[in-house]
Design a binder for this molecule. Structure first.
Ligand SMILES: C[S@@+](CC[C@H](N)C(=O)[O-])C[C@H]1O[C@@H](n2cnc3c(N)ncnc32)[C@H](O)[C@@H]1O
Length: 316
């Protein structure tokens, strides 16, 4: 691990910058490693880590910013290997897929026409193994892949690439104001943070005027349904309006995984209150070609209710 320099950055927070040279070498919608974003590398074997000692208890209770970050950093470090093994093939090493429906940026062009990505500085939040950043590099963009999980970024190193990897919390971005032209996230960070406005304000700060943020999250309607791919996942089981976080905790009551719910209206208000203009809200339909299940995402449910919400925002 070593500090890496990048033009325009001002490392104001204790983040770790990982370079390729340095280290080359309960069911919930997102928790299930057979959930939304990951792909299997067919070229290299992942390194398997120790599993959690005992099965955590799933509950609903309050969880603040620090507790949520700490819990999710640990969970993703412990589960990154399984996640990448389970989902690597679906995502591909260098595709940009917005969610389990398989909507690809090549067809969606939510970041703009691919030819306009050339030479753009792009921040990918909650990048995981940085598959999207690899696709952006191929378009001639200059991505930076950020994730809170060191283990996820080790998978980015394993797959390879020539862009910087930064291990940091999306709520405290270690970049100078106006460092990026674009920001994107495929199910990264935002479903897991207690204060999404803090993240969005940070993204606005590091974007240049006119910059665009596009992020996907679990469609809020899914909160009301059991996280099951079959018919049992089609009946409302809890209130859509209950914002109490989903928490998994160990025997001492310490959170080991946290997921936060925002209604669709909450998400819109978060975007606007953080200084963005919302220009589109995309709800990808389940395509006929996609016969694979990803945790609670399945063709059965995907044909009836949305599974992903993608917010397209502009920083004026
Ligand atoms: C569902 S995965 C998505 C990863 C990747 N975008 C993909 O499509 O495979 C969520 C990612 O968000 C990261 N994450 C969770 N909380 C975060 C936070 N506060 N800051 C930055 N990353 C975070 C996790 O470590 C994980 O890699």
């Amino acid at each position: 691990m070593r500090e890496a320099a990048h033009a325009g950055w001002n490392v104001a927070y204790p983040a770790q910058v990982v370079s390729f040279e340095a280290t080359r070498g309960g069911r919930s919608p997102l928790r299930d490693p057979s959930g939304p974003a990951g792909r299997k590398s067919t070229t290299r074997e992942p390194i398997i880590q120790e599993p959690e000692a005992s099965e955590p208890e799933a509950t609903r209770r309050a969880a603040g910013v620090t507790e949520s970050s700490r819990a999710n950093r640990g969970w993703w470090d412990r589960n990154a290997d399984e996640y990448q093994v389970e989902h690597g093939t679906f995502l591909g090493d260098d595709r940009f897929v917005w969610g389990p429906e398989g909507l690809d940026e090549v067809e969606a062009e939510l970041l703009g026409p691919p030819e306009e990505l050339k030479s753009k500085d792009v921040l990918e939040l909650g990048a995981g193994a940085a598959q999207c950043s690899r696709w952006l590099t191929a378009q001639g963009a200059r991505p930076v892949a950020l994730d809170i999980s060191h283990r996820q970024l080790q998978h980015a190193l394993r797959i390879g690439g020539s862009f910087p990897l930064v291990c940091a919390d999306a709520g405290a971005l270690p970049f100078a104001d106006g460092s990026f032209d674009l920001a994107c996230s495929a199910y990264g960070a935002l479903p897991f943070v207690a204060d999404p406005r803090q993240v969005l304000r940070e993204v606005r700060r590091v974007l240049r005027p006119g910059g665009r943020l596009v992020f996907s999250v679990t469609h809020p309607i899914r909160w009301a349904f059991p996280d099951e791919p079959g018919p049992e996942g089609l009946s409302v089981a809890s209130s859509y309006f209950d914002r109490t976080p989903y928490v998994e905790q160990d025997e001492q009551g310490r959170a080991v995984y946290v997921e936060h719910h925002r209604t669709l209206g909450d998400r819109v208000r978060d975007v606007v209150a953080s200084g963005f203009r919302l220009v589109d809200l995309v709800e990808p339909e389940w395509p006929a070609w996609n016969t694979s299940e990803w945790g609670g995402w399945s063709p059965l449910r995907g044909n009836l209710i949305p599974g992903t919400a993608i917010f397209v925002c502009v920083r004026d």
